[in-house]
Design a protein. Structure first.
Length: 164
């Protein structure tokens, strides 16, 4: 399998597995551990470094490497889109309800009134759907991949020798 496809599938697989770890351990229900989900960005960056090192041997230029890293992230993002839908609709169908309850408890502990809590939860309700969550994950994966590729490609690209 080509490095671009391999890295893309690996991004989707490893980040999807981390999502499942967060779910099955219940860490997504713990306000202190909830942010551990964002380790997916480090996983993605690690895979991009590996993948772009693989494609650098083909002599890709800086912008070709940026494009390749972004494509790897698009492939991973598509996989994650479907894993996210599966996660929030089949495996953990009460995911958003549980997050709303946790959010309400956090707001209550900060001294907000019931009306303020209800208003804030209502404001976030449109974003708390399986599809919106999945598409947000896809967009986040692609944007993270593009930005990371801008940096990684500077170190993993074909170097042209100066003209003599």
């Amino acid at each position: 399998m080509k490095p671009t496809l391999s890295a893309g599938f690996l991004i989707g697989l490893l980040c999807g597995l981390w999502m499942l770890v967060m779910g099955f351990t219940g860490w997504y229900k713990d306000p202190a551990l909830l942010n551990a989900f964002y380790l997916v960005a480090l996983i993605q960056i690690g895979v991009l470094i590996w993948g772009l090192r693989q494609t650098a041997v083909d002599g890709k230029t800086y912008w070709q490497q940026v494009g390749t890293g972004t494509l790897m992230s698009v492939i991973g993002g598509v996989i994650l889109f479907f894993v996210s839908l599966l996660f929030t609709t089949v495996i953990f169908p009460h995911y958003f309800e549980e997050l709303r309850a946790i959010h309400a408890e956090i707001l209550k502990s900060t001294g907000k009134s019931e009306a303020e809590i209800a208003a804030e939860l209502e404001a976030g309700a449109t974003m708390s759907t399986p599809f919106v969550s999945a598409i947000s994950g896809f967009i986040g994966t692609v944007v993270t991949g593009f930005l990371a590729s801008l940096v990684i490609a500077a170190f993993t690209r074909r170097r042209t020798s100066p003209a003599t």
